[in-house]
Design a protein around this ligand. Structure first.
Ligand code: ADP
Ligand code: MG
Length: 737
């Protein structure tokens, strides 16, 4: 009997087990010693510091202001910048430039043009003008537009976003200047994820600046949104990845038995980082520092082979660009280490998936974090006002916010006892809950005594300062000290749309609260009493969105239902809200998206949902045919032959062995029948034209068929001869890093 089918897998095990460490070129100083991070940080980014050396103060100030103002850049300034950036890029070896933008695929897109051209005498030169900097027109017909543009209207424009720094992307063989850009249609509709984000940041600026003024901080010029996304991901050895068509094509394992040991010993989280992985992380960090991405933290996550990288927070637009870059660099550097990075929300069944905790706050032009409670949050009116506005935003617009994190991958995570449920609630922590309970009147009397330090009574250990809130890792939107942590965002998602929706909601609630204050003050300067009244009224009206308990528990699902909080479990359900007039009104009122743009986003995301699921189903069906069934047939033969030969030797075969053969045969039958049902389902989908209906049946019936088939396959994996199993197993993929 030939066992050759499994050789590829055993070869992969051998390869993965004998990887050499990859050494990278560390940035070195003239003295032959490695540079400090601060000495090479941002060397590949066209930073304000760099501009200051080349442009006038006034020009740089104008550019710095572009993050918080909507004033267009003059042609003259653009010309100067184009010249300076060209000289800089060429001096660093760049040959090409590209507008770098974010279509609604969640990834980034680029189309390179070289600086090279001919002068009027036909001589070869390098050229870069302001118009090349400002605008480009890629043929956009192959990007999703969700119906805002017919395919024959291929025009789409990318336009430079001066509020995010240009950077140089380097590979071994060359360097390209990347120009962060928006991507819009011929008639100005957003085709990308950056345009709505920029508009939402603008809306926040207007409403939060007005709020600051109403609260007596007259000199505040602007307010910006700050964001710090913590990126989770898995690593898998390339040799296994290459043998798993499911991981390659759909980003996740569609079958695979959870091994006896996975994360239950809780020894991976914050565990010491393996040398191979640490080497990889060091190279990632180094590349990101060069690009001016302020990556700060790296550690092992809960599941085996799962990791996290987190930056120092930045203005939300730059943070979103930098998160895209972080994912790209992680992906590229992983390849150099013969690893593949997986950003899928659920690469392995039965083991924690990956999210992206998006930390969110607001900072005013004085640099104050508006969600900083200070030592006495109960009397910090500005803090209470902005906190209340955020709670109101989540209360009033939870469905809109839920829709922004809908994706097929995230459907496996949300509500699966490892990530927050699809019910969007707010966690405040003990101290602030006490404060708000007094504001709403549900408790009275003085605030309980609280100690801000933990005294360990260990002579050598210093006294530890306590945060004003504990953590609640089960909450989708948790207040964590001086910022909110939006914990339900998926790991593979662009953070632009989740940020856009949170900003839209908060801008809207601020505008309503500002109006309430103005109405009370009647043209005069609002008094503290009036402001506190508004805080009180709003806190009372939005109380039901606050939840301090365990979001994973069954009781919460019941309680949330009683409170009337929406629980949109699947993507198709969650996305439907993008057709609601109420949501169109909010987004329109805040100048973020017109109704047609919102609906187009619905179309794009729903279509992607369907496509991703159909790819998964087809892929699973192929794997069953090409891998699982042949293994079962061979194993069945093995058993049958063994029984026959036992009989030939005049020995009664073991009844258990005969039973085993029957069971294997029955399992084969179950798999064949489940696969036939899945294939029938696939043809049903391909013959229907109603996308909404298809998406709904996929989320219901389709996913059940997939799960059932996968469960049978996993049973087969544990029962057949290991040498017959050609697909890398979980234990190999998760532990052989
Ligand atoms: P955790 O313990 O929650 O995993 P991390 O330190 O990994 O914390 O990540 C916290 C993230 O929150 C960091 O990216 C940090 O920069 C970010 N952050 C801190 N303050 C703010 C703020 N004011 N606005 C936005 N993000 C912030
Ligand atoms: Mg966190």
């Amino acid at each position: 009997m030939s066992h050759s089918r499994s050789h590829a897998r055993y070869d992969a095990v051998k390869t993965a087990g004998s990887r050499d460490v990859r050494k990278m070129q560390r940035p070195m100083g003239g003295d032959g010693l490695p540079l400090k991070i601060s000495e090479y940080y941002g060397s590949m980014t066209f930073s304000f510091e760099l501009m200051e050396q080349k442009l006038s103060h006034a020009d740089v100030d104008f550019l710095r202001g572009s993050a918080t103002s909507n004033n267009p850049i003059t042609k003259e300034l653009a010309e100067k910048i184009a010249h300076v950036v060209k000289e800089w890029a060429l001096s660093k070896g760049a040959t090409h430039y590209s507008h770098w933008f974010q279509p609604q695929t969640g990834a980034t897109a680029e189309k390179h043009d070289s600086f090279f051209t001919f002068d009027s005498n036909g001589g070869a030169i390098e050229k870069f003008t302001s118009s090349m900097l400002i605008q480009a027109e890629p043929d956009a017909s192959s990007f999703p537009s969700g119906g805002v543009r017919a395919t024959f209207e291929a025009r789409g424009y990318t336009a430079w976003d001066p509020s995010s720094p240009m950077f140089l992307m380097e590979t071994e063989n060359g360097t390209t200047l990347c120009i962060p850009s928006v991507f819009i249609s011929y008639s100005g509709e957003a085709l990308d994820n950056k345009t709505p984000l920029l508009r939402s940041i603008h809306a926040m600026n207007i409403q939060a600046t007005e709020a600051s003024k109403l609260l007596g901080h007259d000199h505040i010029k602007h307010v910006m949104v700050t964001a710090g996304p913590e990126q989770e991901y898995f690593l898998i050895d390339e040799s296994f990845y290459n043998l798993r068509s499911d991981v390659m094509l759909s980003g996740r394992t569609l079958l695979g038995k959870t091994p006896p040991r996975h994360q239950q010993l809780e020894d991976h989280y914050f565990g010491s980082i393996k040398t191979r992985v640490l080497n990889f992380m060091m190279e990632v960090d180094c590349e990101l520092y060069k690009l001016g991405v302020p990556i700060k933290t790296r550690h092992n996550e809960v599941a085996p082979a799962q990791y996290e990288a987190a930056p120092i927070y930045e203005n939300a637009n730059v943070a979103a660009d930098h998160n895209q870059l972080t994912m790209e660099i992680i992906k590229n550097v992983a390849r150099r280490h013969r690893l593949v990075a997986l950003f899928h929300e659920k690469p392995y069944a039965g083991i924690n998936g990956s999210g992206k905790h998006v930390n969110w706050s607001m900072a005013d032009s004085d640099g104050n974090n508006l969600l900083e409670p200070g030592d006495n949050p109960e009397s910090n009116v500005r803090f209470l006002y902005f906190l209340t506005a955020t709670i109101k935003a989540i209360h009033d617009h939870s469905s809109m916010i839920r829709s922004s994190i809908a994706s097929p991958g995230n459907d496996h995570r949300l509500g699966a006892n490892e990530a927050p449920p699809a019910i969007i609630s707010v966690f405040l922590g003990d101290t602030l809950s006490e404060v708000f309970d007094r504001i709403t009147g549900s408790k009275s009397g003085n605030m309980p005594e609280r100690s801000s330090t933990i005294n360990l009574d260990l002579a050598k250990v210093p006294v530890i300062r306590k945060d004003s809130t504990d953590r609640n890792r089960t909450s989708p939107f948790a207040f964590t000290g001086n910022k909110f942590e939006f914990r339900a965002v998926g790991a593979s998602a662009s953070i632009s749309i989740p940020l856009t929706m949170v900003n839209a909601a908060v801008a809207q609630s601020l505008s309503e609260m500002n109006a309430m204050i103005k109405a009370k003050a009647g043209g005069a300067r609002p008094s503290e009493k009036q402001i506190l009244e508004v805080i009180q009224e709003v806190s009372k009206a939005t109380e039901k969105v606050r939840f301090e308990g365990d979001n994973y528990s069954e009781q919460w699902h019941k309680e949330a239902e009683r409170r009337g909080l929406p629980n949109l479990k699947t993507s198709p359900e969650a996305l439907k809200v993008l057709k609601d007039k109420k949501i169109h009104d909010v987004l329109e009122r805040q100048g973020i998206m017109g109704a047609s743009e919102t609906v187009s986003r619905y179309n794009v995301t729903l279509e992607r949902y369907i496509k991703v699921r159909l790819i998964e189903m087809e892929c699973l069906s192929d794997m069953v045919t090409n891998h699982v069934l042949p293994a079962l047939y061979s194993h069945q033969n093995l058993l049958a032959q063994s029984i026959k030969q036992t009989k030939d030797a005049d020995i009664a075969p073991s009844p258990h062995q005969v039973g085993e053969l029957k069971e294997i045969s029955a399992l084969t039958d179950s798999i064949l029948s489940a696969k036939a049902k899945l294939n029938a389902f696939l043809s049903k989908c391909s013959s229907s034209h109603n996308e909404e209906e298809i998406a709904d049946t996929i989320a219901g019936e389709g996913m059940l068929l997939v799960e059932k088939l996968a469960a049978h396959c996993n049973e087969a994996e544990t029962r057949v001869d290991d040498t017959l199993w050609s697909l890398p197993k979980y234990r190999e993929m998760l532990y052989m890093i």
